[in-house]
Write a protein that binds this ligand. Structure first.
Ligand SMILES: [Zn+2]
Length: 423
């Protein structure tokens, strides 16, 4: 274990901090202004900044305490979103240590510290570079930095903010074959835009949802790549639209993204749980709106042939749940989807096994309640599959663009009469 971390586990940390502050205050020729110029500052009052507080532990170490968000009516809690601006003199070297990563997931305590092998940094909040971390034996995460200027932006993965979504939506305005529908509003009243690309009377329909969990910005980059290809690409790039229409809910948990939260909506609802029953319209209006939209689609004869819910974690994989009553054709289609992902994108992580279940996810709920083949696709934050390096937003956009090929091949195979996808 690192020496100073051993210290921080007992009262010696506080004594050490007090001693260092005293040194700053008493140093010959050091006044308050000079001392404050040495002390770093963390600014999380930025768009999508993560809730946190911090300690300056010594002259080169800052301990960042991430704050949990909590699920209503469950023991679950989550911290793991990271996004702030670090201020310190140019050229100075620091160790940033993230703590409070002891989450509770599906009722089980566990740390996400081991999952965070990579963070991203940027000099300006726009151009991001992944950087490897180390994890302590107490599951804190350490990042070593040398300041490239007086500020550096640090994030779990390349951020995608509400303003990024607004920019995307604005770029689509007036484009042929694209429509937005505000299908509802979040708990805090933000509009939930469903983007429709392609003709509503198309033979096949695909649904993509991103950002049910606000820290997981990778899904938004994937959506951006998919949407941009289908709207701005060549006729060949857009060939999927000859046989299919694609519906995208790009940011399901807008309130959580705005507030820099990790997992739940602001009423404490996990938007990727409790899909086994209709959502509470007051506590989960985001899911209620999506379910109502899906019911309208099905009533209009537009039952999706595939729904993909985009997430991030530290391992990747297609999460195929195996609930009782799932038709065998569903699993064959998920094998097909995995094969197409491997063929057309850099995906190489594979699927969860035949005993895997994650009740209440969109994947299970849409399959069992609506007969829609639906699945959770976890995008690996640490390694971009066959690219074999930490993924950037650009990598994920390219992955999203390639999803158009995956969907096109999937639609073609769906047309094979011997294999109905839905029940
Ligand atoms: Zn997730």
């Amino acid at each position: 274990m690192n020496g100073w971390l051993s210290v921080r586990r007992n009262c010696g940390r506080i004594a050490g901090l007090a001693a260092w502050v005293a040194v700053l205050a008493l140093a010959p020729g050091t006044n308050g202004q000079e001392a404050s110029a040495v002390l770093p500052y963390l600014d999380s009052a930025i768009e999508n900044g993560s809730p946190l507080w911090w300690d300056v532990v010594d002259r080169r170490t800052v301990l960042v305490h991430l704050l949990y968000d909590h699920e209503r009516g469950a023991p679950n809690r989550a911290a793991g979103h990271v996004h702030f601006v670090f201020h310190a003199p140019s050229g100075s070297t620091w160790t940033i240590v993230l703590t409070n990563l002891h989450n509770v997931w599906n009722g089980r305590p566990g740390s996400v510290g081991r999952d965070i092998k990579v963070l991203s940094w940027s000099p300006d909040g726009r151009f991001w570079t992944p950087a490897f971390t180390t994890t302590t034996d107490t599951n804190d995460v350490r990042l070593e930095i040398t300041m490239p200027g007086d500020t550096i932006h640090i994030a779990r993965i390349e951020p995608y903010r509400l303003s990024d979504l607004d920019r995307l939506l604005e770029s689509l305005r007036g484009c042929a074959g694209v429509e937005f529908e505000v299908i509802g509003r979040t708990v805090e009243g933000r509009p939930l835009e469903m983007i429709r690309i392609g003709p509503p009377e198309a033979q096949h329909h695909f649904v993509v949802r991103a950002r049910a969990h606000p820290w997981e910005s990778g899904g938004n980059w994937v959506v951006e790549g998919l949407v941009r290809r289908l709207v701005f690409g060549s006729a060949e790039d857009r060939r999927l639209l000859r046989r299919a229409c694609v519906h995208v809910l790009p940011m399901a948990n807008k309130d959580g993204v705005a507030r820099g939260r990790t997992r739940f909506n602001v009423a404490g609802w996990d938007l990727n749980r409790r899909w086994d029953a209709p959502a509470d319209p007051a506590l989960a209006p985001e899911n209620d709106a999506l379910e109502r939209w899906l019911r309208r689609q099905i009533a209009a004869g537009r039952r999706p042939i595939l729904a993909v819910d985009l997430h991030n974690d530290g391992g990747g994989r297609l999460h195929v749940s195996h609930p009782e009553g799932a038709p065998e054709s569903y699993f064959r289609r998920m094998e097909l989807l995995e094969d197409l992902l491997r063929r057309h994108t850099w995906f190489d992580e594979g699927s969860t096994g035949s005993s895997f279940r994650n009740p209440g996810t969109l994947g299970e709920g849409w399959l069992l309640r609506f007969g829609v083949p639906a699945v959770i696709l976890e995008l690996n934050t640490n390694r971009a599959g066959r690219l074999d390096r930490p993924p950037t937003g650009q990598d994920w956009q390219e992955f999203g663009a390639a999803l158009a090929d995956v969907f096109e091949a999937y639609a073609r195979l769906h047309e094979a009469p011997a294999e109905p996808v839905t029940r």
